[in-house]
Design a protein around this ligand. Sequence first.
Ligand code: 1GP
Length: 232
Amino acid sequence: MTAPWTDWNHVLKLDPDKELPEGVTFGDLCATGTDAIEIGGTMGMTEENMTAVIEACAEHDVPLYQEPANPSVVVENDALDGYLIPTVFNAGSPFWITEAHKEWVRIGDIDWERTTTEAYIVMNPEADVATLTEADCDLGADDVEAYAKVAERMFGQEIVYLEYSGTLGEESIVEAAGEGVEDATLFYGGGIHDYDSAYAMAQYADVIVVGDLAHDEGVDALRETVGAANDA
Ligand code: 1GP
């Protein structure tokens, strides 16, 4: 069976710690044509706020994945299609590479069939995820291409996630990540704010992930990025 993300172009990432724009519902966002929803964020995650978003999205017909930032916020909920678990390949602290995962496996009852890791390469030093994981973001295109190859060829990762959270990445770097993967699916996330920025990143990434735009601007802006992801 092929993994669902091999058919995706666009993912909406909802941060349970952030509000939606006034008048916008989860149903409106789900109806934009996005291929899947990832629920996760770096700061302010709780089981309660995660569950609230899962349940609000569960009524709508879009695949739903939790992306827990740490083991304490993993939610068991039948509405979820699965768990996408970040592992940060350029983290300075090993906690974010394998140790958080070890703790989760030690204490949890893992639903292996529905659990997949995402090999993150964190690129924006200003982002919370970079600070938290002490990521080395001083990477050239050659480093990024090599990390992508390490992730797929040495660690068997199905998803490589180039993460610029909060800022738009450089096309040459996204292109290099794309050259690094063969069968793995390349996700790109960060700073996508309109059709053109979405199209630029979607030329090189298999899947673009849009986060803040949905919380800041709402439905029309999000729908434009879905269009771009499908056009690219
Ligand atoms: C964050 O990659 C996502 O994890 C999306 O980033 O919020 O900047 O769109 P933005």
